[in-house]
Write a protein that binds this ligand. Structure first.
Ligand SMILES: [Zn+2]
Length: 105
């Protein structure tokens, strides 16, 4: 029996785009901006969340975090979120709006 190390962090596979090794550091806090709140609301994940940086996975993360919390859920659709990772890196995410697609004639 080989004593295999359980350090597979670099080989996480994205469930959306299936890319490997494109994951961020764990999320420390998500600051949520919504019209219904006077100040951005900080959401702190209970577990380590890493997101794929190669696709739109971060939008799913913010959507899930906002819907999981009564305060942000009651504030209505989020417009912006700042996701800060445990390595100090941050990402400013603007909400995608439905209905802004350009119609092709
Ligand atoms: Zn991905």
């Amino acid at each position: 029996m080989a004593d295999v190390e359980n350090e597979n962090e670099e080989s996480l596979t994205c469930g959306v785009c299936r890319k490997v090794g494109q994951f961020t550091a764990p999320v420390s806090v998500i600051l949520v901006f919504a019209p219904g709140m006077a100040k951005p609301y900080p959401l702190i994940p209970a577990e380590d969340y890493r997101v794929c940086s190669a696709c739109d996975a971060i939008f799913t993360l913010v959507n899930r975090a906002v819907e999981a919390h009564p305060t942000t859920r009651a504030a209505g659709p989020w417009t912006r979120a700042i996701v800060v990772f445990s390595d100090g890196h941050g990402v400013d995410v603007k909400a995608k709006r439905q209905g802004q697609q350009v119609a092709l004639a």
